[in-house]
Design a protein around this ligand. Sequence first.
Ligand SMILES: [Zn+2]
Length: 418
Amino acid sequence: MIANAALAQDRQLILVGNLIPDAATGPVGPATLVVIDGKIVEVTTQREIDKAGVADAMEADAVINLRDKTVMPGLIDLHVHLTGDPGGDFWKEATEPAEWGVVVGAKNALLTAKAGFTTVREAGSSQYSAFSLRRGTADGIIPGPRIIAAGPALAIVGGHGDVSGFTEDINKVLTSGYSCTGAVQCAEKVRKASRAGSDVIKITATGGVLSQQGRGLEAQFTNEEMRSIADTAHSLGLKVMAHAHGARGIEAASRAGIDTIEHGTFADEAALKVMKTNGTAMVPTLMAFQGVSEGLGKGIYTPVVEEKIRMTLGNVGKAVTSAKRLGVPIVFGTDAGVFDHGRNAGGFQVMVNAGLTPREAITSATTAAAKALDMDMEIGRIAVGYSADLIAFDGNPLDDVTVLEKVDWVMVRGRVID
Ligand SMILES: [Zn+2]
């Protein structure tokens, strides 16, 4: 890994068989890329090479030959939980220290990068484990994607995201310290998360499927609390991502100024229209339901959770179809951690099944995702000045998105992941 970090400083020449610089452009044929210090400094297509007779190979410190591969921008997953693995044992939060999350996260960061995901948004981790992981991948000590980290999620007392399912004595000990009641306390928790290092504020706006509380899937925070969270976060330059399943909870979150709705399972016409008006993006995490459904009836989930899963599954994908029709921005997120890390790209076919074209599905994980992060001048396309976040594979994903499930080569910030 240290060797890779050193390599990132050098001039690397990448020979590309078929370049997709941007989901909107599509394939442009053979090309040559020059990467220095983690950034793309030259993009030359074959036509330009033929004309000028460029002989860049002589000047490079390293030549990477991808002449028989398709190369496109690294993928972006806006909803992962790197510090955790799937498993229904809710009591684990009482037995596993937060530090263990960094160890598990290091393993998952590598799996995620190897799957072609060069940027992820960490959607909630045990205490501050995601922040150490973020630094580890940024410094090249841990091979993995660029991490935009939420850290601990804000929740209502005993709600989804807070601890539940134990006796009150135990709940009190295990709480993350980020549950809040009332506008003032919620604002304070946003500032505390900001001080601790959050890049984005994660809240659980409604009930959730995989927690032990059986209080439905509608709004848990009050409108006043959500508005306070959004306003406080925005005043600190942070966006807010809200876990939300129920329609009225989704609508309330969008009205409060939340930036992205995670899951959005039961979003109806009224909720989606409010999202469209407010420019709220949807992160559907369809892959999570795929993963969770594979574990049903196997004694993995407690009865309260299993019932919520069954209630949710019938609706999966419907909100995405309506969101597309109404023009709500759809961005790619999987909820990896609920299912095995490294299967993230399985989400593309699920999105296509829900009615997106391959181009729309790929856009959702490149340019659209970069825009949702306010990083569209840095990631999401292959162009001069952009981060050298690249993936190589066989085939054309605009014809068949499943080719993205077999990525052969990955570069994050100029470092080859191997
Ligand atoms: Zn999640």
